[in-house]
Design a protein around this ligand. Structure first.
Ligand code: PLP
Length: 413
């Protein structure tokens, strides 16, 4: 049986492994720990290389106790490409782009839900719920379908129509919420007891960070067990960034990579920039963002629940955070398109962030930079969902709907 336990990143206390381990009583984030000494002695890099190229090749570093519970749709193993022309133009040594849009459901969210729902299957859970700006909802819907679990998803009413269509196709019970992602999160929390669903939202359980961690494990392996000088990531709830940081930290401890961790750089869109504002103003804690005006993408998260950990990762690695405008994002999408990449608004924001930081000199000559295209652009095409998905403001409204069974997407009878 795999040894696994939790450590609080805030107060450093350790706890037995917890399926619902998210936030510690001190407010810190509970992170899964493994017996790295045990893993270390087993020619681990060689055995990883010999396995199929999915994220589960790193199962020693994933929290599922036994491989029989794994729910997989072929996630991970995404290509890493170099953008040589831009290396010259920007005077950088290397510019890599990790093509996360090639994951099942078209975004890196697949990694998190493959790990999270595998854990919940291990525990015998059958009902899962999530609040999401869209991609997490569609990933959870797909993995729940694969696992034979019932999925309840709550997304802001302006969620891209193509994603709503996906939710219905995967058979999730979907609801639009009149509000933002944290309002949708309140519906999930309020319904937990009565509905018996497990909240798989950001920082509510340990699996999603661990799944997203495999982006960092893969990146290091694809770079021949080296780390880049900088990682630029579009940050919303922050578990992607936390996962990649945790990957490098564990690989260092295993002796698989050496040297300094890369600088972690966050990009957000103007109109919802809680992390950028905190980094630029030197704040200790994240202040919830007020009147949010940015568009419905994965980085529109006014109240990131693991805020302090994100700030400390950025600061301790000498990183930074940058806000880019909708216009810069649109322009960047075209530039990546010229390279043959279907970049989501979030992936385009990363590119816009790189250009900004090169111009300001915060990323300099000769650096080796890794970028992430976190989703496929097709998911954001203007599209009016054919399904009728009910809209609510609270769990009470949901309950009223549920009682007349409107909450289930319409089925052909
Ligand atoms: C969720 C999401 C993000 C933000 O990731 P976090 O791990 O929540 O910070 C970025 N890009 C896309 C496409 C997403 O779906």
């Amino acid at each position: 049986m795999k040894k696994r336990w939790m450590i609080c990143d805030g107060c450093s206390r350790t706890f037995p492994f917890r399926y619902d381990g998210g936030i510690c009583v001190c407010g810190g984030v509970l992170l899964v720990q493994y017996d790295l000494e045990e893993i270390k002695h087993s020619r681990i890099r060689e055995s990883w290389r010999e396995r199929p190229a999915t994220m589960w090749r790193y199962h020693e570093l994933l929290p599922v106790a036994g491989t029989e519970h794994i729910i997989s749709l072929g996630e991970g193993g995404t290509p890493l490409i170099r953008l040589e022309r831009w290396e010259k133009k920007l005077d950088l040594d290397r510019v890599w782009l990790k093509r996360e849009e090639q994951n099942p459901t078209g975004s890196f969210k697949a990694r998190g839900f493959s790990a999270a729902l595998s854990l919940l299957r291990e525990r015998g859970e059958t009902q899962v719920a999530v609040n999401s700006n869209g991609n997490a909802a569609s990933a959870m819907a797909a993995y729940a379908a694969r696992a034979g679990m019932e999925a309840y998803v709550f997304v802001p009413r302006d969620c891209p129509g193509m994603i709503l269509e996906e939710l219905v196709q995967y058979g999730a019970r979907a609801c639009l919420v009149d509000g933002l992602i944290h309002d949708a999160g309140k519906v999930v929390e309020d319904g937990k007891e009565e509905m018996g669903w497990v909240n798989v939202g950001t920082a509510k359980e340990p699996g999603r960070v661990e799944g997203k961690k495999t982006m960092g494990l893969e990146l290091a392996e694809q770079l021949g067990w080296e780390m880049p000088d900088a990682v630029i990531y579009p940050t919303g709830g922050g578990s992607g960034l936390i996962g990649i940081w945790k990957a490098f930290t564990e690989l260092k401890e295993l002796g698989c990579v050496s040297g300094d961790l890369p600088r972690f750089i966050t990009v957000q869109e103007v109109g919802c920039t809680p992390i950028v504002d905190s980094i630029r103003s030197g704040a200790e804690k994240i202040r919830p963002y007020g009147a949010t005006t940015s568009r419905p993408t994965g980085v529109r998260v006014p109240r990131p629940p693991a805020g302090e950990l994100i700030l400390s990762i950025i600061r301790n690695t000498g990183g930074t955070a940058v806000a880019v405008t909708a216009e810069e994002i649109a322009e960047s999408g075209k530039m990546l398109g010229q390279e043959g990449i279907s970049a989501s608004p979030e992936g385009s924001a990363v590119w816009a962030g790189l250009l900004r930081l090169v111009e300001s000199g915060e990323i300099g000559t000769g650096e080796r930079v890794a970028l992430f295209n976190t989703a496929h652009s097709l998911k954001y095409l203007p599209w009016k969902a054919a399904a009728t998905i009910p809209e609510i403001r609270s769990y009470d409204e949901y309950r009223a709907l549920r009682d007349v069974d409107h909450a289930k997407p319409e089925e052909s009878s």
